[in-house]
Ligand binder design. Structure first.
Ligand code: PMP
Length: 396
């Protein structure tokens, strides 16, 4: 079966040439059907009801947790559902870092971070007085490990890094950085938002303390994310949100909390999203990351090849990028090109993609970015290239 056929988005008349999967992916038919069923004729609460439908939905909800656990090779009770990557990082920041970090310590991130893995750490430094340090990139757009080795010291509490940058698209040497962090007894967090749909993630192999990602970037529902945390760390963490469904017992005076992961899932969960997310994981399992990777890689290579023929093209993404190509055309504003592309039914992003520090690092004001997914075809790229050439001609 053609992968594209599994995505109803492309069956609609006049569907745009969709090249914005770096921001959010389209959903499979199985995910959309499960969302409709779960929001509709099969709806009930979970973890509360003693009736058959609620028990069935609770099982389906927890089945997704099991699938996610296997998908990243975590252990039982190490997967917490959140509202997204941003929410997962905030949970770690407020429930783990803030209560434990000392004022003289530092947090190390990289210049390639999405604002989701940057702004919160500025807030933590404001609240504590600790320092925020940045690892720079080398000429290939990879973490500069020599500089990292100098920057990370015995006062480093946390090293928080992206696995794949949402602008550059290349796989970062996260394992090497984790090793450096460990030599200094620092904790580690990986922002896997752009990675999980492209690379095999094995949290035990990585030996990372926290790994976070979003369902909507892996063909699943919006408003749902994942926090993987090592058992011993999650067990040590207080809840961030307080209320129902996260307690063991409540009296007038005090409350004891449920064990992780439920301790961090207060209130009614996004039930249908969690249940439907199982189908996105199944899609990834069924087609295998290898098949998906090969497809994306071939299309990314083809895109580089085609773009290379355009005069005055300037790439931000290295050739090793996985499914993301960010670029500029010299002396033409990226937003003008994006506007003309939109008029030709091409959907892509222009701007700074929530990564302003990275654009400052490269001394650029913004760029155009295409994000390639398994449903894209060579024809999509050809249509995009034709439209791009036309836009450049109009603006030159
Ligand atoms: N990190 C990276 C690398 C991202 O690409 C994104 C989404 N653009 C995020 C974090 C934030 O994800 P969410 O908006 O789903 O919380």
């Amino acid at each position: 079966m053609n992968l594209r056929d599994e995505f109803p988005f492309f069956a609609q008349p006049n569907a745009p040439v969709f090249l914005d999967s770096g921001a959010s992916t389209q959903k499979t038919k199985s995910v959309l059907d499960a969302l409709a069923r779960s929001n509709g004729v099969e709806h009930s609460s979970v973890h509360r009801g003693n009736y058959a439908l609620s028990r069935k939905n609770t099982d389906a909800f927890e089945l997704t947790r099991n699938l996610v656990t296997q998908f990243v090779n975590a252990q039982k009770d190490e997967i917490v559902f959140t509202a997204g990557t941003t929410a997962s990082i905030n949970l770690v920041a407020y429930s783990f870092v803030l209560p434990n970090i000392q004022d003289h310590q530092n947090i190390v991130i990289t210049v390639a971070e999405h604002h989701a893995n940057l702004v919160i750490w500025q807030r933590i430094t404001q609240l504590t007085g600790c320092e925020l340090r940045f690892i720079e990139l080398d000429a290939q757009g990879q973490f500069d490990l020599i500089q990292a080795d100098n920057l990370i010291d015995e006062d480093t509490f946390l090293v928080s890094m992206t696995h794949v940058s949402n602008v550059l698209g290349n796989l970062q040497p996260v394992k090497d950085l984790i090793d450096i962090a460990k030599q200094n007894q620092a904790y580690t967090l990986i922002d896997g938002a752009q990675a999980v749909s492209h690379v095999d993630v094995d949290v035990q192999f990585l030996d990372v303390d926290f790994y976070v990602f979003s369902a909507h970037k892996m063909y699943g529902p919006t408003g749902l994310g994942v926090l993987f945390g090592k058992n011993e760390l999650l067990n040590s963490m207080p809840p961030l949100i307080y209320g129902g469904a996260m307690v063991a017992s409540v009296s007038r005076k005090q409350t004891t909390f449920a064990k992780p992961p439920h301790r961090f899932e207060a209130g009614t969960a996004p039930i249908s999203s969690v249940i439907a997310f199982a189908h996105a994981i199944e899609f990834l399992n069924e087609h295998t990351l290898e098949e998906i990777q090969n497809h994306s890689q071939q299309l990314t290579d083809y895109t580089f090849e085609q773009l290379n023929q355009i005069k005055d093209i300037q790439f931000l993404s290295p050739k090793t990028s996985m499914g993301i190509v960010a670029f500029n055309i010299k002396d033409i504003h990226h937003a003008d090109i994006a506007m003309l592309l939109d008029e030709q039914n091409i959907a892509l992003r222009s701007g700074i993609f929530c990564a302003q520090v990275l654009f400052d690092f490269y001394e650029l004001k913004g760029a155009l970015r295409i994000g390639i997914a398994p449903y894209n075809t060579k024809q999509d790229i050809d249509l995009f290239i034709t439209a791009l050439k036309k836009s450049i001609e109009m603006l030159s």
